[in-house]
Design a protein around this ligand. Sequence first.
Ligand code: NAD
Ligand code: LMR
Length: 329
Amino acid sequence: MSTTPVKVTVTGAAGQIGYALLFRIASGALLGPDTPVALRLLEIPQGVKAAEGTAMELVDCAFPLISSIDIFDDPKAAFDGANVGLLVGARPRTAGMERADLLSANGGIFGPQGAAINEGAASDIRVLVVGNPANTNALIAASSAPDVPSSRFTAMTRLDQNRALGQLSQKTGVPVSEIKKVTIWGNHSASQYPDIFHAEVAGKPAAEVINDQAWLENDFIPTVAKRGAAIIEARGASSAASAASAAIDHVHDWVLGTPAGDWTSAAIPSDGSYGVPEGLISSFPVTSEGGEWKIVQGLEISEFSRGRIDASVAELGEEREAVKALGLL
Ligand code: NAD
Ligand code: LMR
């Protein structure tokens, strides 16, 4: 076992995703069974007491990998020396709130958190933004951290990826372990494009196995893209355990690498690949090696896919313009 604990900062620690996430991190699912973790929980002052309760339960689990648990209501203290930042806490949209109000409220959270990361995080800091609107919140945090490489700021579309795998598995009867090379493009929103045109199901092209364009267009794509809303409708609260599980998958693969012969999806700063304007934090097919995401290159993009990708990327461009206009970038 390595001896230096990895400092993992989780924001929104007392929320429902936080509750599902912290125990998985503590069990070793995030960084592997040999890496001790120092947990740093960030909450707003009103959330600190509940975070203390969660910390008590973490102590009561006697996880061998946990070296310490600290609770903060100050981002600077919470991110001091952090190696991994899971930015979960965000301002949810409430009744009567305009889009600009939501972006502005989240700017007030992700701007200062980005600045705190810039000031005090470890040089290897890796950030995953989960709190919505995740892609644009990640952009705000990155732009508040000019000394940290922008490639260290990512947003979560792994939940969408996992949802796509789940739907494909149910349709074909093939276990998810035998479904590969699915891609989520664009924004973590209903405009996202879950793409199976390069996917393989039990070693065969997915499009050939499924051979049902109507199902793809009228069932698969909307089901995956609107799954978040369907969960809210069914549960009366947004996805929590599945979101936490996807956050674990994202950071695990980023740090420890993606399996050979497959790729995953993550929203990372665009380098202009596939016509996505540079700097937008957009979801791509990615692999990770040596702790760096790389966009899978050279995929043929059909006209159908092009239209869907462009629509979601256009939405990201509009969000970027909106936060620019609010002075948040
Ligand atoms: P929640 O309301 O249960 O918890 C959020 C927590 O964040 C609360 O405890 C709150 O006190 C805390 N918080 C708010 N502002 C904070 C700040 N400035 N610093 C630290 N903590 C702060 O919400 P949840 O269900 O855990 O969801 C969290 C976010 O994740 C939401 O924005 C949700 O929309 C988003 N989400 C994203 C995905 C995805 O795939 N990207 C999936 C599911 C949910
Ligand atoms: C999800 O995809 O489950 C969430 O992003 C939904 C939401 O709005 O919190």
